[in-house]
Design a protein. Structure first.
Length: 452
């Protein structure tokens, strides 16, 4: 957006003889162009004169959210709602705050009421935020209705078309999503978001040639992007040995708020419960030193309950670990690649090491398993889950889903080679995907040898 068009877009902030509005136009323009400090300075100029001005607090909420200041966003949103309880923007801003604080029921109720208010149809940003809340509480139908309303009003807006494509994808309706991507790319052939979404849809639909074509274009646009390089290789039939850490971090940073509900409810994920049972049996005094690799939102800690020795969590995603803190079970976190943490950890430090649904992203087992064996104390146990390869995939496969699968033979050979004795290996549903059960290996191994 140019400086002039940005000013025009915010003309509603100002009227004749409205000095507060004039300042808000400047602040909004700074915000549009990423000048957060300048925007904050403009808002501070009118914080007294505009103390009861709804516009000031709505813009203050937006600035705080862009700046990542959740506490200030909540203060501004609450003030805006107090000034104008019926304002649709103030109401949906407050719903976003409730969602962030975990009050999904109240957030969903407000989002539904805002959507049912005809005034919501006058603002794309309001409809977009209603759809965001709806997506995060799992109401994909409400999100779809919001986006359909937005598309009816703004049919040429690429943001709306891409949001519709994302909504269809979230509902497993890839065939309906693709035409909206095609529409946007026909208008803007080098639009990165559109190419990335279409490439992902094509890969999920097993159109690897089409996906490779899109990823090749993305690599041209972003030659240093390791995620696009990885996905291009994967779509071209190659099997990279590990995922780029930036790719893993990006996935889970954006997933943190809805991770627990989606994994446990939609996907039927039960690995943390399984691991917690084994750990509790191994350490009836509940005092084993536990290293949780790929701890995510701390579901293992939650399933364990009160533990006498604080757990240590490792994850690439800071938002995921911030959610894990709420259980008050983890004593320390490392935001780092698990290979780096293991490499830097002294020998025989932990009684238990868990890596649940971790190697589906990490890839090859040889290096991390050798360090896990070294870091485990003699007699300690390690717990893993893996996606299992089919016969045609062989012993190690990089799947079109961008996750890795391993054979039982490969897992056994690797673990036994580093001194980990498998005491339990069972096949079971690891999660549900696309309505189908996904086969997995649940493995418990014991550290016997001191000299591995």
């Amino acid at each position: 957006m140019s400086e002039q068009s940005s000013v025009s877009a915010h003309a509603s902030y100002a009227n004749l003889n409205d000095p507060v509005g004039d300042v808000l136009v400047k602040a909004a323009t700074h915000l549009d162009h990423g000048r957060l400090q300048e925007a904050a300075e403009e808002l501070n100029r009118v914080r007294y004169a505009g103390a009861n001005d709804l516009r000031l607090h709505l813009l203050g909420t937006r600035l705080a959210e862009v700046a990542g200041n959740a506490q200030m966003a909540e203060i501004s949103a609450k003030r805006a709602l107090a000034i104008s309880p019926d304002n649709v923007t103030a109401r949906i801003d407050w719903a976003v705050c409730l969602l962030r604080n975990g009050d999904t029921a109240a957030a969903a109720e407000i989002a539904t009421s805002v959507f049912n208010d005809p005034r919501s149809r006058q603002s794309y940003s309001v409809l977009e935020r209603v759809a965001t809340v709806a997506n995060n509480v799992g109401n994909l139908d409400l999100a779809a209705d919001c986006l359909a309303a937005a598309h009816k009003t703004w049919p040429s807006d690429n943001r709306v078309a891409l949001a519709i494509a994302e909504n269809f994808r979230a509902r497993g309706m890839n065939d309906q999503a693709l035409p909206f991507c095609d529409l946007v790319i026909s208008r803007s052939p080098n639009l990165e978001d559109a190419l990335a979404i279409r490439a992902s849809l094509r890969r999920q639909s097993n159109d690897l040639a089409g996906a490779a074509q899109d990823y090749a274009q993305l690599v041209k646009l972003q030659p240093d992007n390791s995620t696009y390089q990885y996905l291009l290789a994967l779509s071209s039939g190659k099997a990279p040995e590990t995922q780029p850490t930036d790719m893993i971090t990006s996935i889970f940073d954006s997933y943190a708020d809805r991770f627990d509900a989606h994994l446990l409810t939609s996907l039927g994920y039960r690995a943390p419960e399984w691991a917690a049972r084994h750990i509790s049996q191994f350490s009836p005094k509940r005092n084993a030193a536990i290293l949780d690799l790929g701890c995510g939102t701390g579901l293992l800690g939650f399933c364990l309950g009160r533990w006498n020795t604080p757990l240590v969590g490792v994850d690439l995603s800071l938002p995921m670990m911030q959610r894990a803190e709420r259980w008050n079970i983890y004593g320390r976190f490392h935001q780092a690649d698990l290979n780096d943490v293991l490499r830097d950890t002294e020998a025989a430090q932990f009684d238990v090491i868990a890596a649940l649904d971790v190697f589906i992203y990490v890839g090859r087992l040889e290096s991390p398993m050798s360090h896990i064996a070294r870091v485990l104390r003699p007699g300690g146990i390690a717990l893993f889950t893996f996606e299992e390869t089919t016969e045609s995939e062989g012993h190690f496969a990089a799947r079109a889903s961008a996750r890795y699968a391993m054979s039982e033979a490969y897992v056994r050979e690797t673990l036994e080679g580093v001194g980990l004795e498998i005491t339990e290996l069972k096949r079971d549903r690891i999660r549900t995907e696309g309505g189908n059960d996904l086969a997995g290996l649940f493995v418990v191994a014991k550290r016997n040898r001191v000299d591995a």
